[in-house]
Design a binder for this molecule. Structure first.
Ligand SMILES: [Zn+2]
Ligand SMILES: [Zn+2]
Length: 220
């Protein structure tokens, strides 16, 4: 965990940031030698400052008490970014792109390019017109999705919200058919009573490529 030194944040919704404090603090306590580098949309710096402020007493107790750690690895260096290449080293290039996930703020997806793979992560988004062209031929497409069957059981006002902010199985199947990734990994599963098997079946009704449900720490 101390090797976890860089993070990319898609947007500031709480289901994507409630673990941010954990990511800043825990690897430091376990031995991370430098502050966490974080890239994300505008608003990230403000959120980071407030989290660090909330944990001031914890830091002081750990650094000044008997615990054998220093303050060197404490904290996070937050960079607010927009679309474009935001990170590059000798192994990977990371490019952010803007997605369609609500008005009044910026939400991002990321494309990771290595010597042998191009991996696209959609973040949270409604279907985008630009997706097919942007992502065409990538090796792995990690995309958010909701179950159409579950959606049909939701209240009308919730359906309006979900349709504006997220992507259904039928819509994702259509996107995947245009992009033709070698592997489609489903993530951020909004099931609303459906099972993961049903979700995959909904995709397979309209898409014949390789598809799996993603899991935390999964390797593909
Ligand atoms: Zn969201
Ligand atoms: Zn979300």
């Amino acid at each position: 965990m101390e090797n976890l030194t860089t993070a990319f944040l898609t947007h500031l919704h709480s289901d994507h940031t409630a673990g941010y404090a954990d990511l800043i603090m825990t690897p430091w306590v376990l031995g991370r030698a430098q502050p966490l580098s974080v890239y994300g949309p505008p608003g990230l710096v403000n959120m980071t400052e407030h989290i660090l402020s909330a944990y001031e007493m914890d830091r002081d107790m750990r650094v000044c008490g008997l615990e054998p750690i220093t303050g060197a690895g404490y904290g996070a260096a937050a960079s607010e970014i927009g679309p474009g290449v935001c990170f590059q080293d000798n192994q990977v290039s990371v490019e952010a792109f803007e997605v369609d996930h609500g008005k009044g703020w910026m939400a991002l997806g990321y494309q990771f390019t290595t010597s042998d793979r191009r991996i696209v992560i959609s973040g949270d988004t409604a279907p985008m017109d630009s997706a097919a062209q942007l992502w065409k031929g990538c090796d792995v497409l990690v995309h958010e999705v909701y179950s159409k069957k579950g959606y049909d059981m939701r209240e009308p006002h919730w359906r309006r919200y979900h349709a504006a902010m997220h992507t259904s199985t039928a819509q994702l199947a259509q996107i995947a058919d245009q992009v033709r990734p070698k592997l489609l990994v489903l993530t951020h599963l909004l099931l609303w009573g459906s099972t993961e098997e049903e979700l995959v079946s909904e995709i397979r009704e309209h898409y014949d490529g390789e598809v799996v449900c993603g899991e935390d720490l999964g390797v593909y």
